[in-house]
Design a protein around this ligand. Structure first.
Ligand code: AMP
Length: 472
């Protein structure tokens, strides 16, 4: 669904190669090729089918470790090539539950041999869109390795998914909620899972999927290889599940704030009442084509899309209440230029690989500072130029300053010439210093909550051991 066109991929490959080469040069080492990483000829053929020329840094670091059978703890965001980093080495080693087709053999006989069995690899990812992206890469590799992959996500019918699982599969790609439903209905059996990948683990926890993740892990084999990918390995964010990996190799690529460096950032102080009119004016001034507007809530996404349509700007809306088909249509229309603007909630902020986004407008300041990084990361990808504009009102300017403090840099004031910003727009000092900003009340509360959570988690295992010597 979100595969890049071959040209864009090749550009990325060049970028990736440049990154890897730069890192290698700096360390005085020769640059790495896919062939150097230990992948088989079969998987190297798939790499070449996909047009990848050189491994990205996360691929170069992770592939040999995974091929050696080690668990992995990897900090890497979408856009770093992490999907291939886990799929290439795992699929290279993965046994076939469904026997690969022999020349001239009928597909049905082959599937009958595996009826009801598998998967031996499970990939859990937070959103339907990410599942679809993984499915795409999985199929490209499977075209060479002969593995059978099934994807199960929420928002679509159960019956085809149950039928696909009943036929047997080697690889299952799933979102947590739907997978737990299918387990409870007796349709998904994880007994044979010997490789488990948890993708965007921080996001899954943020979305409240910890109970589902624990339930899923409990269904997998005790003896297994576990790969955990997350935008951050911060203890406060993913500490609740890092116990799932054993003696892992650690790979850390691009800290979460790095995307912010490639995007020109602007801020527009505006009054609450003038926001809507200002949005239309900005889009018309800059040209609305290939812009994404982020808003905080599903309702605001719908009303904002309607308002823009009335102003003659074609747009699609994408948020958690839209069906899978509606989301896919909106993404496709945007990608293919049938609509000019995509209005989205943070459902789209992470993970989705849309190239060629000219700019991002944060109509509302995001709730979580890291979502800001993910939102603006939709533009300026793979070396393309991109920029972002954030509207700030009296209500959320302090939260925006928190984000700047996190990034350690400030956004430039947008040239609002010809745009009515209303009465009562907040004052934003163009010479402000990000680090000097005192955290807002909301940020202080958020930090307290995180610290409390970390404290609640930590002592449970340690306390009894610490008390033991005193009792003797
Ligand atoms: P991901 O981080 O897995 O979402 O990948 C981001 C994009 O990079 C996808 O469009 C991939 O097709 C592309 N990609 C992944 N690995 C490479 C590579 N080694 N060379 C070029 N493009 C790549």
């Amino acid at each position: 669904m979100t595969q890049k066109n071959p040209d864009a991929r090749l550009e990325d490959a060049a970028m990736a190669a440049a990154d890897t080469d730069a890192a290698a040069d700096a360390a005085g080492r020769p640059s790495t090729s896919f062939a150097d990483l230990g992948l088989s000829e079969t998987v190297l053929a798939a790499v070449s089918d996909m047009g990848y020329e050189a491994p990205t840094p996360v691929q170069a670091a992770a592939i040999p470790e995974v091929l050696a059978g080690r668990d992995l703890l990897a900090a890497a965001q979408t856009g770093t090539g992490k999907t291939a980093a886990f799929l290439l080495p795992t699929m290279d080693r993965l046994p076939h539950v469904v026997p690969p087709a022999k020349k001239g053999e009928r597909g049905r006989r082959r599937r009958n041999a595996a009826r009801g069995r598998g998967p031996s690899m499970l990939i859990v990812t937070p959103t339907r869109e990410l599942a679809q992206q993984i499915d795409d890469v999985c199929r490209a590799v499977a075209a060479r390795t002969g593995h059978v992959a099934v994807t199960v996500v929420g928002g679509v019918g159960y019956v085809p998914q149950k039928q696909a699982l009943a036929r047997g599969c080697d690889i299952l790609v799933a979102t947590p909620g739907r997978l737990v439903d299918l387990m409870e209905q007796g349709s998904a059996n994880l007994d044979e899972v010997s490789v488990l990948v948890l993708d965007e683990a921080d996001r899954m926890l943020d979305m409240g999927f910890l109970p589902q993740v624990r339930r899923i892990v409990a269904g997998c084999r005790e003896q297994r290889q576990t790969l955990l990918f997350s935008a951050t390995l911060d203890e406060g964010r993913v500490g609740a599940i890092t116990d799932l990996v054993r003696d892992p190799a650690r790979v850390e690529i691009a800290p979460v704030t790095s995307t912010a460096d490639t995007v020109e950032q602007y801020v527009l102080p505006v009054s609450r009442d003038a926001k809507n009119v200002a949005l239309t004016a900005v889009l018309k001034k800059e040209g609305p084509e290939r812009a994404i507007v982020f808003v905080r809530t599903k309702r605001r996404a719908d009303t904002c899309a309607r308002r823009l349509s009335r102003a003659g700007i074609t747009c699609g809306a994408i948020h958690g209440d839209r069906s899978q088909a509606q989301r896919e249509r909106a993404l496709r229309d945007f990608r293919e230029g049938r609509v000019q603007v995509l209005v989205a909630t943070d459902v789209l902020a992470r993970g989705i690989d849309i190239t060629d986004v000219r700019y991002v407008v944060n109509f509302d300041v995001p709730e979580e500072p890291t979502d800001y990084i993910h939102r603006i990361g939709r533009t300026g990808r793979a070396g393309e130029e991109g920029w972002s504009l954030t509207f700030v009102t009296e209500d959320d300017v302090a939260e925006f300053f928190d984000i700047e403090a996190l990034m350690g840099k400030t956004a430039d004031l947008y040239d609002a010439d010809g745009i009515d910003t209303g009465d009562g727009a907040p004052a934003v000092d163009p010479d402000r210093v990000p680090a000097a900003h005192a955290p807002s009340k909301k940020e202080r509360k958020r930090r307290r909550q995180r610290a409390n959570k970390a404290r609640e988690r930590a002592p449970r295992t340690r306390e009894p051991r610490e008390r033991a010597p005193r009792a003797r």
